[in-house]
Each structure stands twice: as structure tokens, then as C-alpha cells.
Design a binder for this molecule. Structure first.
Ligand code: KG4
Ligand code: ZN
Length: 374
């Protein structure tokens, strides 16, 4: 069964065709990052206009592989309302024109499908989703930081989440504060890597990118110690969730702001030291909550998705935690970590709700939570 997926929830216009939920036949992603760069963040009006301009061409390009389409899937939330609308309307029109059913997909749940996607050329060894449940899922992106339990594939229960900023937002805000550009995650990852490798010249992005993190990364004097983002138990914002499985990143950003005001970095090496310490705080916090969640139940896998899972230090730390807790770690291929439509088309094969006529009646839901009716 070939499903065509459409994704427009934020600043990527994407379309893909996926066979039987796993095999990616085509995947096209147009990223709007250059359009938003001058503002240091996503501007909703700019995003929706760019989706409108790009969506037809992107869908046509994805359909260029010539494969027959059996259903159309689309992200209907969460995300920016005006951006979601463009994708949802395009998908409704396409499903009607092709005479095939429409399937609504939750963007957060779809990120957790990315480790199961395979290209025609590889992936023979990738496990099947139904073979790794119950699984613990972690979605870390610009909009979300959420731990979910997947008791069966296609079923989701939120265990913990951020009470304020998402991990990606924490990276982006720090980079903005230090004048490192947008998006902040990739730059901070590179500068931190440079710092840990003793680099003096931070002007060559490709040289920094080619480096690897040394195995013995440890925050040392005179690096600042940033807060671990542990919410106080009983805080109303927890809304019934366990404080041990939740994070708060807003204090971290404030701590960085105060530190920079008091002690502005004198050169790039000092700036790199700051972001390396800041990254260790975020990554350490994410790893700590993941370890706690894994200790609560016997999971058969730790499944991770979202743009922040591209972070080299996070990948290392999660591998350490997974090894310690004796659970396989399933990460997406780098091209499927950020927003894409293959994850939408892929998950739709396993979780067809809302489906068909019900999906045709669906409206966008900017605050859609994972784990709705399935
Ligand atoms: O999943 P994604 O493409 O979009 C959302 O659904 O939000 O994630 C984008 C986020 C941005 O905040 C970006 O700074 C972050 O992912 N990101 C990274 C890295 N690459 C992208 N964060 C840390 N390290 C990276 N290497
Ligand atoms: Zn996303």
C-alpha cells in the first residue's frame, strides 16, 4: 500500500510516498530556514505564504516517482494553524481528485516513526515497529520535548514533557543571545565540538562539523555550571505528570543571560566554552529523565525522533543511557530527524485515525496532543 504524506506544520513544506509504512519511495523537503533567518525564528505569516507558494511543486515532485497512490496522509496538528491549513487543504483536494481515503496524522507521534523508515537501498536490518513495543519514545525538536510510552505500536501515552521551552528552543535562544545565528542547535553542536577538541578557530563550519566528540567530555573549571532544569514536585504546570519525568528549560536560558551580562565572553574560545557547558546541561537533563523513565518499566526499545536528535552529544549520551539500561536505542537517519513527510506517510499505515470521511471533516488542531483516539 502506497501512502502519500504531506507535512506543513511549521517551516518545512514536505511531501513523500511511503510503501507499507516503511519503505520510502520518494521524499521531498523544502526548508524555509533562509526565509526566517533574518528574524531569528519562524514568522507564521512568512511560513504560511511560503507553504502556499511551494506545496503544488513539492507534491508534483514527490509524485514524479510515478508510483500509484492508495491513500493521502496529512499532519493536522500540532503546529502553526495557518501553516497546517495549507497542507490539510492540499491533502483534502488531492484525496478527492485521486478518489482515495484521507488519513489525519499527529506530528509528534510521526516523529517517533522515523527510526523505522528505510530507503530502497538500505534498512534490511531495521527492526519492525511492532517488534519493539512496549517502547519508550522521546521527541526532541524545536517545538517539543516529550517522553511517551508506546504500549502497542500506534498507541501513545505522555509520561513527561517540558513545562516551558522545548530543547530546540533552548538551543535557538542561546544562539540568538550569543549572536551565533539561526537555527541555533547545529551551530552550538559544532562550536561545542570545537571546544572539546581544543580548537581555536571557529570560523570554519565544515572543519568543525568534521570533528568528533572526544569520549571523555566533562564539565570542568572555569566552565559555568548551568541548572539541570528539574521542576519542583507539586508545581501546577505539571498537570498531574511526574516531576521526575519533566523538564523546565526557561531557567537555563535566564542563567545564560545573567552569565553573559556579568562576564561577556572575550573571544570565540570563551563563547564556545559557554555553549559547550550550556549544551551539557540540556543533554544531561534529557539523558537523566530518559534514564528515570527507562527504570520504571521493562521497555524493548528507546525510540528517539525530532531535529534535536541530530545533536552529536545527545546521540552519545542516549547511547550511554541505553547501554546502561540494556535497551536498544533506535535513532532516525539524519535526513529524517527534522520535519519531513515520510514520517507522516509512514505512520499513517499503522495508525489510521482519523480516516476517510472522518478525516475529510477534520480541521487543523494547533495544540493536538499525542495519544488521541486510535
Ligand atoms: O524537528 P525539527 O526540524 O522541527 C520541529 O518540529 O521543531 O527541529 C528543529 C529544531 C531547531 O530548534 C534546531 O535548532 C534543532 O532542531 N536542531 C538541533 C540540531 N540540529 C537541529 N539541536 C541541537 N543540535 C543539533 N545538531
Ligand atoms: Zn517536528
Amino acid at each position: 500500500m502506497n501512502i502519500l504524506g504531506i507535512e506543513t506544520s511549521c517551516d518545512e513544506t514536505a511531501c513523500a510516498i511511503v510503501q507499507d509504512g516503511r519503505r520510502v519511495l520518494s521524499s521531498v523537503v523544502y526548508t524555509q530556514i533562509p526565509l526566517h533567518q533574518p528574524w531569528g525564528g519562524v514568522v507564521p505569516e512568512v511560513a504560511s505564504r511560503a507553504h502556499v507558494e511551494k506545496i503544488s511543486g513539492i507534491v508534483r515532485e514527490a509524485m514524479g516517482c510515478g508510483e500509484p497512490i492508495d491513500a493521502v496522509a496529512v499532519t493536522y496538528g500540532p503546529g502553526l494553524a495557518s501553516s497546517l491549513l495549507v497542507g490539510l487543504n492540499a491533502a483534502k483536494g488531492l484525496a478527492m481528485a485521486l478518489g482515495v481515503p484521507l488519513i489525519g496524522v499527529n506530528h509528534i507521534e510521526a516523529h517517533l516513526h522515523t527510526p523505522f523508515l528505510v530507503d530502497s537501498s538500505d534498512g534490511a536490518n531495521a527492526p519492525a515497529p511492532e517488534d519493539v513495543v512496549p517502547a519508550l519514545g522521546l521527541v526532541v525538536s524545536g517545538g517539543h520535548t516529550t517522553w511517551l510510552e508506546m504500549p502497542r505500536y500506534g498507541e501513545y501515552k505522555i509520561l513527561g514533557q517540558t513545562l516551558d521551552d522545548a530543547a530546540g528552543e533552548a538551543f535557538d535562544k542561546a544562539a540568538k543571545l550569543l549572536g551565533l545565528g539561526y537555527p541555533g542547535g547545529p551551530v552550538i553542536d559544532r562550536w561545542a565540538k570545537g571546544y572539546w577538541n581544543g580548537v581555536e578557530d571557529f570560523s570554519r563550519a565544515d572543519a568543525l562539523k568534521a570533528l568528533a566528540y572526544p569520549p571523555d567530555v566533562k564539565v570542568h573549571d572555569p566552565m559555568p555550571r548551568f541548572p539541570s532544569g528539574r521542576p519542583r514536585a507539586g508545581t501546577a504546570a505539571l498537570a498531574g505528570l511526574d516531576a521526575e519525568l519533566c523538564v523546565s528549560f526557561s531557567g537555563l536560558k535566564t542563567a545564560l543571560l545573567y552569565h553573559v551580562k556579568k562576564q561577556p565572553p572575550r573571544d570565540d574560545r570563551e563563547k564556545a566554552m559557554l555553549v559547550a557547558a550550556y549544551q551539557e546541561a540540556i543533554v544531561g537533563t534529557l539523558a537523566d529523565r530518559t534514564r528515570t523513565a527507562l527504570s520504571r518499566r521493562d521497555y524493548r526499545a528507546l525510540v528517539v525522533g525530532g531535529g534535536v536528535s541530530l545533536n552529536g552529544r545527545l546521540r552519545m549520551k542516549l547511547a550511554e543511557v541505553a547501554a546502561e539500561m540494556r535497551v536498544p536505542l533506535l535513532l532516525a537517519a539524519p535526513k529524517y530527524c527534522g520535519d519531513n513527510a515520510a514520517m507522516i506517510a509512514g505512520l499513517a499505515f499503522y495508525r489510521r485515525s482519523p480516516f476517510g470521511d472522518a478525516a475529510m471533516l477534520v480541521d487543523v488542531d494547533p495544540t493536538l496532543q499525542p495519544g488521541g483516539a486510535g
